[in-house]
Design a protein around this ligand. Structure first.
Ligand code: SF4
Ligand code: SF4
Length: 104
């Protein structure tokens, strides 16, 4: 599993660095985040949820039928949008209200 960081969107806030449990993300000399140890990523999605710039994508593995699709996360208040873009450009969004996360 791995992530991809869009340096055009990255503002160097370091939020992803601070939440990655494996300290796998670093800042380059331009102050942009990059994945230093991609093979060690276990896909916890913490960095993706923390990035307010939607600069981090998570590649969905073949084991779950990902076929080259990738995931980004966007947060608006209590609503978390899990956005999936397939390799053919088709978009899907799963919206979750965080207020309901422990409801059941
Ligand atoms: S959280 Fe997003 S904007 Fe901030 S350093 Fe990481 S990739 Fe860049
Ligand atoms: S998905 Fe988890 S393990 Fe992988 S880089 Fe992001 S925070 Fe680190």
């Amino acid at each position: 599993m791995s992530i991809k960081i869009n340096k055009e969107k990255c503002i160097g806030c370091k939020r992803c660095l601070s939440v990655c449990p494996g300290s796998l993300i670093k800042l380059d000399e331009d102050g942009k985040a990059y994945m230093k140890y991609p093979k060690d990523c276990w896909g916890c999605c913490s960095c993706i949820k923390e990035c307010k710039e939607c600069a981090i994508s998570f590649y969905l593995g073949a084991d779950i039928g990902g076929r080259g699709s990738h995931l980004t996360v966007e947060t608006e208040g209590d609503i978390v949008h899990w956005n999936i873009e397939e390799s053919n450009g088709i978009l899907h969004s799963i919206d979750v209200n965080r207020k309901n996360s422990n409801k059941y």
